[in-house]
Design a protein around this ligand. Structure first.
Ligand code: BEZ
Length: 223
């Protein structure tokens, strides 16, 4: 790894490369804090798969406390959580025990060990040529069919936002239900956008000059 990688947005972005939105999430099985897990066993529900650089580090600890506290919010959305790092299973156990004792919250979602980096490299969480095995903060939002629907990549020195992870899930689930679009800063309960018109007659027939591409969902706009 380059010396500056933890502070470099460019290095982090490069390490998120590989998989794309719309790809099937590659299957794997691994040992975890809740037993052996196989990604494909999660078909039929949403899954947030995320990597963290290392156990017993400050930002990662705050992320796990926040996610454990929000576990019920993810479950309400029929979404499982699955974490991964190169640390050993016994490191994970010791860390979770410390988190339970210090923060009074139990991390009950699986944390996978990936000692050979095979999963981390496959998902672009660790760059192929890196000598440093620490993963960046990659997050994959995987739908019930096993398709990657969104990805985020944060550097080691900035923690992820649990409310934004939940908002992403809400938005993905909402646009699926209505075949619609979620605008900037959309929050559950707010209006969604319709698909823009894609034929010239509809464009000319629309009332306002922008209505053909900037209409509310269900207002007649279609692809
Ligand atoms: C952290 O979680 O605080 C962290 C992890 C790896 C590098 C830098 C910070």
């Amino acid at each position: 790894m380059r010396q500056d990688a933890h502070n470099s947005g460019d290095a982090s972005a490069a390490r998120c490369a590989g998989l794309r939105i719309g790809d099937m999430a590659p299957d794997f099985s691994a040992r975890s804090t809740t037993g052996d897990v196989r990604l494909s066993d999660y078909r039929g529900r949403w899954l947030v798969l995320f990597s963290h650089p290392a156990d017993f580090t400050p930002v990662c600890t705050t992320e796990f406390v926040a996610l454990a506290r929000a576990a019920g919010d993810f479950a309400q959305r029929d979404c499982a959580l699955m974490a991964l790092s190169v640390d050993s299973l016994f490191s994970h156990f010791a860390w979770l025990r410390m988190i339970r004792d210090r923060f009074d919250v139990e991390v009950r979602f699986p944390i996978l060990e990936d000692p050979t980096l095979v999963i981390g490299r496959g998902y672009g969480m660790v760059a192929p040529g890196d000598s440093d095995s620490g993963a960046v903060r990659s997050t994959f939002f995987i739908d019930p069919e096993g398709v990657i629907r969104a990805m985020t990549c944060y550097p080691a020195n900035v923690g992820r936002s649990t409310p934004e992870m939940l908002r992403m899930l809400d938005a993905l689930q909402a646009v699926d239900k209505e075949t619609s679009l979620a605008p900037a800063n959309w929050q559950p309960g707010e209006a969604l956008l319709g698909q823009p018109q894609a034929d010239l007659d509809s464009v000319f027939a629309a009332q306002g000059e922008a209505d053909w591409f900037l209409g509310k969902a269900g207002a007649g706009a279609r692809r």
